[in-house]
Each structure stands twice: as structure tokens, then as C-alpha cells.
Design a protein around this ligand. Structure first.
Ligand SMILES: Cc1cc2nc3c(=O)[nH]c(=O)nc-3n(C[C@H](O)[C@H](O)[C@H](O)COP(=O)(O)OP(=O)(O)OC[C@H]3O[C@@H](n4cnc5c(N)ncnc54)[C@H](O)[C@@H]3O)c2cc1C
Length: 399
């Protein structure tokens, strides 16, 4: 149970986004509660555990070797029609252990002075009254209910977030913009242990991809598949993941199965209200092309903490002040995500032969080391494809 009845800030959810936001605010001297409904932070893991490079992560925190699983040196993308693209590049990213990682960030928040309460589910948020919001909380261990107040609330409650709705924001996850995924942890090592491997294209999976991500330190691979709204009668993600597992690692044991959803709509239009902000998956900060949300969630948490601090210092925690946080998120990553979503929609809408041609062009560019001339030629060829597939291009790029 929380030690106090009043806080400057209550952060809902001790995922990477919420913990980072709580850490920064506590470090600036605010009285912060970090409320997590689960009994143990970071458990269960619902993530492929691939993330950006060390230098990117170290912009936000001291990187802890304890959670590093693999230094990634490349990507293999198996497209339709047997087109396989291999891109080798040192230090393109990391595989991490999300349980240890989430616990590390939550510990950073505690070390900065935030109060972490596990087994603490937030059940509702009141409208603003006398400069505070009241939160209904339930202690999951004893099932006792109580209330606390906060001058500002951060909803970092992930893909299952309800906090935005409680304050009147439109946060509904519409089926065409949510990816459902099933991942198997397989007791095996991949033939490319330092590469992320993907399968994509209409002859393997329609609106999604299959992945194999190796965790070197633990000696396992994360093998999963995720898809936007499947067509009626399409294979479910469990069967598809098992099909790849049986093909790639026939004798290996599946040690864990987990599933989850990924919000891939691009940033919500509105994710602030009076004395309230959303960050991370709850604000759909996830990259809509890759489904990656660790780094963008952390960046969302970082920006939220800066604007909340600015709001407190200006004596203004109104929606009209906090809206600057939304604009900042759009500038820093929202715009980029929006472009990536258009590319995703264009590629998945192409018929199989044109999709194969798209991958061939991309392969030529990568095989030529993504040099400027190869990129220019590639983009010109892609423009040609787009012109010949006006319907898909219009749907993706002219909304
Ligand atoms: C199968 C799968 C594979 C993925 N693979 C990758 C990948 O390889 N790389 C990548 O970057 N991203 C990946 N993602 C996405 C990534 O996991 C998320 O984007 C990331 O976890 C978002 O962080 P967050 O802090 O916003 O939310 P979360 O990590 O979901 O944290 C939210 C927290 O809030 C808590 N909470 C929720 N409601 C309440 C409440 N009412 N009261 C208190 N606590 C509450 C939850 O218990 C949770 O701990 C994957 C997702 C899935 C489902």
C-alpha cells in the first residue's frame, strides 16, 4: 500500500516508459508514486526483447550489462518470392532481458526517490477538483480498496491502458491498427546468433511478420509472429509460430509461450488532459512499422517528465499547457512513425508479384551497401511501382 495519501505525481505502470518518467520526476524533487498492478515488475515478459543500440539507450540511462543478451550485428529479411535480404552492420542494436531491464529502470526510479508499490492496481481517476485528481486503488494482495490524490497523473499503463478513458480521452484500440502477437521462447540457438531474422510477405504472412530473435546469453531464441487484423480463416498466430518453430528448430523445446497486443496506429491524436498525460504504449508511442516500443516508450516517458516539470514550474498543469508535450512527441518521433506507417500500409496492400518486386528493389539497394546512387535508383524504381499501384499508394500516402 502507498505510504502517503497525497502525491505530486502518480505514475500508473512500472514498464520502461512509466519507470523512466517516475525516475526523472523524483530526481527533480517531486513526491512520486510508481504504482504497478503486477506482484513483480517486468513479469511476465511480453516482448521480443530487441531494442536499439547501446549508444541510444545510454542517452537515457547507464547501460547495465546484466540485462544485455546479444550485441546485434545485422538483420536478415526474408521477403516474398524467396527474396532474402541480408544486412550486416556492427552494433545495430541489442537483445535484452526485459525482466531484468524493467526491474533495472524501476530500481533507478526508486533510487531517485520514487515510491514503487507493486500489487497496486489503479481502478479509476476522478475529474480535477481543487487542483488534484483522486485515484481509486486496490491492493491486489489483500483486495483492499482506498484512495489517494495526485496533483498530476501519468498513464503509463501499456497496451491495456484504461487511464486515458477514465479522463475522457479517445484511446480505443481499433482492430485494423492493433497487432496481435504470439511468441515462443525456444531452447535453441539460431544459425545467425547476432542477427534479427524476419519473414514477411503474402506467401508467408499477410499483414505482419514472423521473427527469430536470438538471446545469446540465455541460449534461447524468441520466435514469434504478429499480425494486423487477420482475414477470416487465416492461420492463427500460435499455429503460425509453431509451424516456423517446427521447421527451424524441430527438436527444440518450447520453454515459454506468451502473447500480447501492440498498438500500431501511430501516436494518439490526443494524449493529454488537465493534470494528466499518457506515455509509452498507452499513448500509442510504439513504432507502427516494427512494433518496437521500448525506446520510443522511454523517449515518451522522458519528454513527459520534462513537460510535467515545466508545468509545475509555470504553475500550469492544464491541458492547454501540456499539449506542448504532444507536439514535442510528434516532432521527435511521431512524424517519423507516421511515415513508417504509410510505408507499412503500402507494402502490405501490394499484390504478391508487386510486393516481390518491391523486395527485389530493396535487396538491390542493400546489396549495394545503401550507397547514395543505389538509393536514388531504388527510390526511382519504387516510385514506378507506386505509380503502377495507385490504389495502394493512395490508401497509404494520401489519407
Ligand atoms: C509479443 C510482443 C513482442 C514485442 N517485441 C518487441 C521488441 O522486440 N522490441 C520492442 O522495442 N518492443 C516490442 N514489443 C512492444 C513493447 O513490449 C512495448 O512497446 C513496451 O513494453 C511498452 O512499454 P510501456 O512502459 O509503455 O508499457 P508496458 O511495458 O506494457 O508497461 C505497462 C505497465 O503498466 C501496468 N499496468 C497496467 N494497468 C495498470 C493499472 N491499472 N494499475 C497499475 N499498473 C498497471 C502493467 O502491469 C505494466 O507493467 C512487443 C510487444 C509484444 C506484445
Amino acid at each position: 500500500m502507498p505510504a502517503s495519501r497525497t502525491y505530486d505525481v502518480v505514475v500508473i505502470g512500472a514498464g520502461p516508459s512509466g519507470s523512466l518518467c517516475a525516475r526523472n520526476l523524483a530526481a527533480r524533487g517531486y513526491h512520486v508514486l510508481l504504482a504497478e498492478k503486477r506482484p513483480v515488475v517486468g513479469v511476465p515478459v511480453r516482448c521480443g526483447e530487441a531494442t536499439g543500440r547501446r549508444s541510444r539507450l545510454s542517452n537515457f540511462m547507464k547501460v547495465n550489462e546484466a540485462y544485455i543478451e546479444t550485441d546485434l550485428n545485422g538483420v536478415i529479411l526474408n521477403g516474398p518470392g524467396g527474396v532474402s535480404i541480408r544486412y550486416d552492420k556492427e552494433d545495430i542494436g541489442l537483445m535484452i532481458d526485459r525482466r531484468l531491464f524493467d526491474q533495472d529502470v524501476a530500481r533507478q526510479a526508486q533510487a531517485a526517490g520514487a515510491e514503487l508499490c507493486v500489487n497496486t492496481r489503479i481502478e479509476g481517476i476522478s475529474p480535477v477538483k481543487d487542483g488534484v485528481r483522486e485515484l481509486a486503488i486496490v491492493d491486489e494482495a489483500s483486495k483492499t480498496a482506498s484512495t489517494i490524490t495526485a496533483r498530476l497523473v501519468v498513464g503509463a499503463d501499456g497496451v491495456e491502458a484504461l487511464s486515458g478513458r477514465w479522463v475522457g480521452l479517445k484511446t480505443r484500440q481499433l482492430p485494423p491498427q492493433v497487432c496481435s502477437a504470439i511468441e515462443l521462447r525456444v531452447d535453441a540457438m539460431d544459425v545467425n546468433p547476432n542477427h534479427l531474422t524476419f519473414w514477411q510477405g503474402h506467401d508467408s504472412i499477410n499483414k505482419g511478420y514472423v521473427w527469430v530473435f536470438p538471446k545469446l546469453k540465455s541460449g534461447v531464441v524468441n520466435l514469434g509472429s504478429g499480425v494486423l487484423t487477420p482475414k477470416l480463416g487465416e492461420k492463427n498466430m500460435y499455429d503460425l509460430s509453431m509451424e516456423y518453430k517446427n521447421r527451424l528448430f524441430p527438436d527444440a523445446k518450447v520453454v515459454e509461450v506468451h502473447g500480447g497486443a501492440v498498438p500500431v496506429s501511430g501516436n494518439l491524436t490526443e494524449f493529454v488532459a488537465d493534470r494528466f498525460v499518457l506515455c509509452g504504449d498507452a499513448a500509442h508511442h510504439t513504432n507502427p512499422l516494427t512494433g518496437g516500443g521500448i525506446i520510443s516508450g522511454i523517449l515518451g516517458g522522458e519528454l513527459a517528465s520534462r513537460w510535467i516539470d515545466a508545468g509545475f514550474r509555470n504553475g500550469d498543469l492544464s491541458r492547454s499547457f501540456l499539449v506542448q508535450y504532444q507536439v514535442d512527441c510528434w516532432e521527435q518521433f511521431g512524424k517519423h512513425h507516421h511515415r513508417q506507417m504509410s510505408i507499412r500500409d503500402f507494402v502490405v496492400e501490394l499484390p504478391l508479384p508487386t510486393q516481390t518486386a518491391f523486395y527485389r528493389i530493396f535487396k538491390d539497394m542493400v546489396d549495394a551497401d545503401l550507397s547514395l546512387p543505389s538509393k536514388l535508383v531504388g527510390y526511382a524504381r519504387m516510385l514506378g511501382l507506386a505509380a503502377g499501384n495507385w490504389k495502394a499508394a493512395k490508401k497509404a500516402f494520401i489519407k
